[in-house]
Design a binder for this molecule. Structure first.
Ligand code: Z5A
Length: 209
């Protein structure tokens, strides 16, 4: 029997990583084989691309180049890890996926949404998650959590904060982008109020699982 592909999405500090770990334990305790992975990254080639994309001095990419790098990493990740694991019956849990590209590069940076969809079709050929949890949190709350967690050290050029350093209006646009995606894909995307405690958020996720 084929497995399932589940993704977590949301802005900074929404708690995706925390919930991804809880979902992993939940399935493992029920006897499933689970793969926990993330984007950008997940396989060695894609982790190399991650450094170009998220590190403070990763590069000053044009919007098209940045989008192509996200999908180059994703194509490797899907073909060499996600699809084979799902075919073996595993549950694959991924921290971010294509919805993040639509929200960050499209709604956040204003890169053309149709072009993103064309690149998605070319690289992934219609492959998408079975289920997505969108952890929704007001921008200020999310950034506050994220800053506490990732206390920025000035001068550390390897610091993974290229996107966190963007202004509040950028984060408001991407939050709206995620919510628009949820409205357009109600059968796949479940919106969860991420202001709640991690336990309550996980309770809502469990009910949906
Ligand atoms: N990016 C992009 O632009 N385009 C794309 O296509 C993709 C990504 C795939 C890397 O993402 C960056 O790449 C990201 C988007 C961009 N930009 N940024 N920034 P990432 O997933 O590696 O990094 P992140 O999104 O910044 O992670 P995060 O927001 O810092 O964390 P999170 O996974 O959502 O949350 P967390 O680590 O689980 O929790 C953060 C803190 O809050 C931590 O101290 C927790 O203990 C605490 N926490 C968690 N849940 C709760 C609750 N419920 N209450 C209170 N405190 C909590």
């Amino acid at each position: 029997m084929a497995g399932k592909f589940i993704t977590l999405e949301g802005g900074e500090g929404a708690g995706k990583t925390t919930q991804a770990r809880l979902i992993k334990s939940y399935f493992e305790e029920s006897g499933f084989d689970v793969v926990l992975t993330r984007e950008p990254g997940g396989v060695p080639e894609a982790e190399k691309i991650r450094n170009l994309l998220v590190q403070r001095d990763g590069g000053n990419w044009t919007p098209m180049a940045e989008c192509l790098l996200f999908f180059a990493a994703r194509q490797m990740h899907v073909e060499t890890l996600i699809k084979p694991a799902v075919a073996e019956g595993k549950i694959v849990i991924c921290d971010r996926f294509t919805d993040s590209t639509v929200a960050y590069q499209g709604y956040g940076h204003g890169f053309d949404l149709d072009t993103i969809r064309q690149i998605e079709a070319l690289t992934l050929g219609g492959f998408s998650p079975d289920l997505t949890f969108l952890l929704d949190i007001p921008v200020k709350d999310g950034i506050g959590r994220s800053l506490k967690h990732n206390n920025s050290a000035p001068g550390d050029e390897n610091k993974e904060d290229r996107f966190e350093r963007l202004d509040v209006s950028f984060h408001e646009r991407l939050r709206q982008g995620f919510l628009d995606l949820a409205k357009k894909n109600p059968e796949r995307i479940r919106v969860v109020d991420a202001r709640q405690s991690a336990e309550l958020v996980f309770g809502e996720i469990c009910a949906a699982l």
